[in-house]
Design a protein around this ligand. Structure first.
Ligand code: ADP
Length: 150
């Protein structure tokens, strides 16, 4: 069984994130979505509510699990015996950032990162844009997976 972690803030979880998970399932047998809980970064969405909401999105997909994690992704990977991480790339800014992260994770824990390019129609979707939209009373639903609310 091949498994990979998909770590991120997911604050909120967008259709872009969902698409990465669905495409990663073509490569791996199981995907574990890891909601990072960084004590220095207060998320807009309560992590436990987010966990429940993301689980609902994948309620009919037993190959996807969702977890909260407050430490380094590399530590979790070691704990559960996983050597692959999946991440998404929308543009060159993401590319530089992801390359750095991938290098660090390879060096500290021997993790290999599989990068999937964002589908063009989702490349402009970001959690921060969706948060901003909601703050100004816009409707975020077109950017969110079906059934996911925040
Ligand atoms: P982080 O704070 O760890 O970057 P995010 O929740 O912002 O967490 O993103 C998690 C991963 O999903 C990152 O690899 C990011 O580049 C990717 N991602 C974010 N939005 C999209 C999108 N619209 N399409 C594809 N990948 C995306």
């Amino acid at each position: 069984m091949s498994k990979a972690l998909f770590p991120g803030s997911f604050d909120p979880f967008t259709k872009g994130h969902e698409d990465i998970v669905l495409r990663a399932l073509e490569i791996f047998d199981e995907i574990i979505i890891v909601i990072g809980c960084n004590p220095n970064k207060k998320p807009e969405i309560d992590p436990v509510n987010n966990l429940k909401a993301i689980r609902k999105v994948f309620a009919n997909e037993p190959r996807v699990t969702v977890k909260l994690w407050a430490g380094l992704t590399a530590e979790l990977a070691k704990e559960v015996g996983i050597t692959n991480i999946v991440r998404g790339v929308r543009d060159v800014k993401d590319f530089e950032y992801e390359r750095n992260l991938a290098d660090i994770n390879r060096q500290i824990a021997g993790l290999e990162t599989v990068l999937l390019f964002a589908r063009p129609e989702y490349a402009c979707y970001s959690s921060s844009n969706v948060r901003e939209l909601k703050r100004f009373k816009g409707d975020p639903t077109p950017f969110l997976p079906e059934g996911y609310k925040f």
